[in-house]
Ligand binder design. Structure first.
Ligand code: PMP
Length: 409
C-alpha cells in the first residue's frame, strides 16, 4: 500500500453507537490503577486468593479432559454447554439440565440477561449499593433505575413493597429486580430469611423478574445457610417453568476465575433466548475450560472448605483490627461469608477525596459511591480481605485508622 498522509482521518468518536457512548471505564478499574503502586497494601481489588487456587488439580484435570475427550476437547461445542457440567449444576436444585445455560463468567450472564430482557427505559430495581459490574452490564441497554434501601438484613422489603405499590398506582411496571442475597458485593451483607420470602413473594405478585446473582453463596464461614431466592421461587410456583427467579452463579470464587465458567438457570423461554444471544456473543464457553471444571468437581467440596477457612480467618482478623483501631463513628458490616466488608464513616468524610491520603499512607480501598446506581454513599468504602495476609491487615488497617482520624480532626 502506498502511504497517503493526506487521506482523511475518520472521527472515530462520532461513529460510536449511542450504546457505546453510554459505556464508561469502570470507576473501580481507574481507582485500582492508583492503588497498584508497589508498597501500597490494597484492600481495593476483589480478587480471590491466588495461593488457594488448585494449581495441581487444574493441571491434572486438563490432562484428564484431553485424555478422555481427545480432539473434541479442543473443538467447537454446543452453545448450551458441556452436558455433564450442566447436569451437575441442574442436580443441585433438582431441575432439568435444559434449564441451565453455561456462560463465560457470570458477568456474561448479566450482559446477556440485559440483552434479552431490557429495552430502553425499562425499570430495573437495584440495591443501594449494588455490584458495579451489573450496572456496567445493564447500562448499554439503557434502563432506568430505582434504588432500594438496604441495611444489615439486606434489602428493606417494606420499602420495596411501598415502591411497588406506588408504581402500580402510577400505572408503571418494574421489569427486573437485581439482587445479591449472599455476602453481597460490595457490602458483605446477607438478606435474611424472612426478607427472602417476602422479596420472592412480592416480586412474583407484582410481575417483576428477580435476578439472583450468587457467586459467593458457597463461601459461608459463619451462621446458617439460607435457601436461595431461586429455591424459594421453585417452592412458591411449584416448579421450574413458572419460577420468576433467574439464578446466576459461578466457579470463579470457589475454584478459579480465569477459566471463566459460570451459569444461569431459568425458565425455558429465558434460557432459549440466552442461547440465541450467546451464539451471537461467543458461540460457546471454551470447551476445554468447561471440561476442566467438570473434572475438578470431585475436589470442589474440599476446595470450598479451604477457601472458607482462609476467608473466615482473614475477615475475623480485619474486623478485630477495625474494632481495635477505628474511631467510634466508623461503622462496619459483619460478613458471614464472601470477600468484602463495608465501612460507613461519619457523614462529613468523603472517601473519594480521602483515598489519596490513604494511598500516601500506603493503604487503599474502593470508595463506595460508584456502587450506587443513582448516587449516594460518599462516606462509604469497600474493603476486601480475601487476599490479605495478617501482616497486611495489621499495617493496612492501622494506616487506614490514622487516615480516618486525620479526616475527623
Ligand atoms: N457478580 C458479582 C456480585 C460479582 O462480585 C462478580 C465478580 N466480581 C461477578 C458477578 C462476576 O463474576 P464472574 O464473571 O467471574 O463469574
Amino acid at each position: 500500500m502506498t502511504p497517503n498522509p493526506s487521506a482523511p482521518a475518520l472521527d472515530f468518536d462520532s461513529l460510536l453507537s449511542k450504546r457505546a457512548k453510554t459505556m464508561n471505564a469502570s470507576a473501580i478499574r481507574e481507582i485500582l490503577k492508583v492503588t497498584q503502586q508497589p508498597d501500597v497494601i490494597s484492600f481495593a481489588g476483589g480478587l480471590p486468593a491466588p495461593e488457594l487456587f488448585p494449581l495441581d488439580g487444574v493441571r491434572q484435570a486438563a490432562g484428564a479432559a484431553l485424555d478422555k475427550y481427545g480432539p473434541a476437547a479442543l473443538q467447537y461445542s454446543t452453545t448450551e454447554g458441556h452436558p455433564p457440567l450442566r447436569e451437575w449444576i441442574a442436580a443441585r436444585d433438582d431441575i432439568p439440565a435444559s434449564n441451565v445455560q453455561i456462560v463465560t463468567g457470570s458477568q456474561q450472564g448479566l450482559d446477556l440477561l440485559g440483552k434479552v430482557l431490557l429495552d430502553e427505559g425499562d425499570l430495573v430495581l437495584v440495591e443501594a449499593p449494588t455490584y458495579l459490574g451489573a450496572l456496567q452490564s445493564f447500562q448499554p441497554y439503557l434502563p432506568r433505575y430505582e434504588q432500594l434501601p438496604t441495611d444489615e438484613g439486606g434489602i428493606d422489603v417494606d420499602a420495596l413493597e411501598a415502591l411497588l405499590t406506588r408504581l402500580e398506582q402510577e400505572g408503571k411496571q418494574a421489569k427486573v429486580l437485581y439482587a445479591i442475597p449472599n455476602f453481597q458485593n460490595p457490602t458483605g451483607r446477607t438478606l435474611n430469611l424472612e426478607r427472602r420470602r417476602k422479596l420472592v413473594e412480592l416480586t412474583a405478585r407484582h410481575g417483576v423478574l428477580l435476578i439472583e446473582d450468587d457467586p459467593y453463596g458457597e463461601l459461608r464461614f459463619s451462621g446458617e445457610a439460607l435457601p436461595s431466592l431461586y429455591r424459594l421461587g421453585l417452592e412458591l410456583h411449584g416448579g421450574v417453568e413458572k419460577n420468576h427467579v433467574i439464578y446466576c452463579s459461578s466457579f470463579s470464587k470457589t475454584l478459579v476465575p480465569g477459566l471463566r465458567d459460570a451459569w444461569v438457570q431459568a425458565a425455558t423461554p429465558i434460557i432459549r433466548k440466552l442461547i440465541q444471544a450467546k451464539q451471537g456473543a461467543d458461540l460457546h464457553t471454551p470447551t476445554l475450560n468447561q471440561m476442566i471444571i467438570t473434572e475438578l468437581l470431585p475436589i470442589l467440596p474440599a476446595q470450598i472448605e479451604k477457601v472458607k477457612k482462609a476467608y473466615g480467618e482473614r475477615a475475623a482478623h480485619m474486623m478485630q483490627r477495625m474494632d481495635d483501631l477505628f474511631p467510634r463513628g466508623a461503622l462496619r458490616t459483619t460478613p458471614q461469608g464472601g470477600m468484602f466488608l463495608w465501612v460507613t464513616l461519619p457523614g462529613g468524610i468523603d472517601t473519594t477525596a480521602m483515598l489519596e491520603r490513604a494511598v500516601s499512607r500506603q493503604v487503599a480501598y474502593v470508595p463506595g459511591s460508584p456502587f450506587f446506581a443513582l448516587g449516594g454513599g460518599q462516606n462509604t468504602m469497600r474493603l476486601s480481605y480475601s487476599s490479605a495476609t495478617p501482616e497486611q491487615i495489621d499495617r493496612g488497617i492501622a494506616a487506614l485508622a490514622e487516615t480516618i482520624r486525620e479526616g475527623l480532626d
